[in-house]
Write a new protein. Structure first.
Length: 286
């Protein structure tokens, strides 16, 4: 029997699980259509910072987009309360399979029966962490890049996702200022993120081999592509720990991948230089 898709989206909240670099940005986008967004994170400090981030950015975002209106964002420290009456849950906890594997059965058990449950994972298909989830037909990958600056979104089925959910999201997401593209079959890294992984890897490789430096590479990249920021600056924004987790996953799937790029990332991560979030990465932000 086909699953029923959620209705009354405008009057029901969205829950974002994990309020770090991406969670707070996802919350921002879903708060731009007048509704309520709840941010749940294990860390009270992160929850508070996520709400502050949304409240600071929302007025400009709403002013710049015709038809947008400022909604509300709330920090919630209790998972069942965060999920009450939501139409959509977006998971944005760290890129570790064990975390996602233990979280998704809880999300499936606690969310309303018709709610959609999405993962913002950068590289793990939901199939890999939903063995113990009964409602696989309401689960999918919904991968954001760096909203509100980079607003494409990959959608990918769990292998069981109800096609009506895909259609609903394709129709509704542009209203929140994000633009969905569906991977038509399972792909590690979906569509664009897979190509981006190769770009990051090769940029790290030329640095690992001593051919150039991060700053000079970025300068050349921006001159040639017209991009506002180079690859190393963008990795700093993402967080070098997250970039390393993602590359480790690709390397586990493809053992022939070069080690140099991971060695460069390790050097920074081991020194605690995770990029923008710690004030130092390939660049110094202090
Ligand atoms: P992050 O480390 O900045 O934030 C993750 C947050 O999750 C932390 O605040 C942590 O306290 C919280 N958390 C951990 N376990 C939790 C749990 N069980 N319940 C609730 N909260 C929990 O990570 P991030 O960079 O925001 O990445 C999150 C996810 O988004 C990852 O899967 C990552 O691959 C993906 N992603 C990241 C980016 C990026 O640019 N950083 C881009 C696209 C996708």
């Amino acid at each position: 029997m086909a699953r029923s898709v959620p209705e009354d989206l405008n009057s029901r909240p969205v829950a974002v699980i994990g309020g770090g670099t991406l969670g707070r940005r996802i919350a921002l986008m879903f708060a731009s259509q007048g509704g309520l967004v709840r941010v749940y994170d294990l860390s009270a400090d992160v929850r508070t910072a996520a709400v502050e981030y949304v409240e600071k950015k929302l007025p400009d975002l709403v002013a710049a987009r015709p038809g947008a209106s400022a909604g509300r964002v709330e920090a919630v420290g209790d998972l069942p309360a965060a999920l009450e009456d939501v139409w959509l849950v977006v998971e944005a906890v760290p890129e570790r399979l064990d975390l996602k594997r233990s979280l998704f059965p809880d999300l499936d058990r606690l969310a309303p029966a018709d709610a959609i449950i999405a993962s913002n994972s950068s590289s793990y298909p939901t199939r890999m962490f939903t063995d113990d989830v009964a409602g696989k037909d309401r689960v999918l990958n919904m991968h954001f890049y760096m909203p509100p600056a980079q607003n494409a979104v990959d959608l990918m089925s769990s292998g069981h996702t109800d096609p009506a959910i895909m259609e609903l999201l394709k129709a509704k997401l542009p209203g929140y200022g994000v633009f969905p593209f569906e991977a038509r079959r399972e792909s590690t890294g979906f569509i664009f993120n897979r190509v981006w992984a190769a770009v990051k890897r090769e940029a790290l490789a030329v640095v690992a081999e001593g051919v150039t430096t991060p700053a000079e590479f970025d300068e050349m990249f921006t001159i040639n592509t017209g991009a506002k920021a180079g690859v190393f600056r963008m990795m700093d924004q993402v967080g070098l720990d997250v970039v390393l987790d993602i590359e480790n996953h690709y390397a586990a799937e493809n053992p022939h991948l070069p080690e140099g790029p991971r060695a460069v990332l390790h050097e920074y991560v081991d020194a605690g230089h995770l990029g923008l979030k710690t004030g130092r990465g390939f660049y110094d932000y202090e």
